[in-house]
Ligand binder design. Structure first.
Ligand code: MG
Length: 159
């Protein structure tokens, strides 16, 4: 049994807008997140966690920000690619865990929808996916409301 664990981390800054996309779910908010793609910070961290478990580089190598093809892209494209690579390598995704760090918006009311959206993309049941949230106690860039950070862990198993 080959059990792999990978981590991922991502940050996107707030900018003009009327909502943010987090873990595949559109959350109404008086600001948006700035990024080359849809800036789904949670999905980016999860994608990197899977690439980390596979030791296959990172999201920036697979999807270079300089490539106009990914401008405004839905981040599920990135997560689907990582899942596809895991499958091609003979791994199944045992568990995904994502922590979103921000003072606002409130994540709790959307966590179940986020788990279901991620489960659909990853092809596993929602019981194997965790979405959590915390603040940074008003400290640092997340505490000042300048952006959102995400930390993720992926556990992959190959019989
Ligand atoms: Mg990103």
């Amino acid at each position: 049994m080959d059990v792999r664990t990978g981590n991922g981390f991502d940050v996107h800054a707030f900018g003009p807008g009327d909502g943010v996309t987090l873990c595949g779910v559109r959350v109404p908010f008086p600001r948006g997140l700035v990024g080359h793609s849809d800036a789904d910070v949670g999905m980016h961290a999860l994608t990197d966690a899977i690439f980390g478990a596979l030791a296959e580089g990172d999201i920036g190598q697979w999807f270079p920000p300089s490539d106009p093809a990914w401008k405004g892209a839905a981040s599920e494209v990135f997560l689907r690619k990582a899942v596809e690579r895991a499958t091609e390598r003979g791994f199944s995704i045992s568990h995904l865990d994502c922590t979103l760090v921000c003072e606002a918006p409130k994540i709790g009311p959307h966590a179940t929808a986020m788990r279901e959206a991620l489960a659909c993309i990853a092809g596993i049941e929602p019981g194997r996916i965790s979405v959590k949230a915390t603040t940074s106690e008003r400290l640092g860039f997340t505490g000042r409301g300048e952006g959102i950070a995400a930390i993720a862990t992926a556990t992959l198993v190959r019989p």
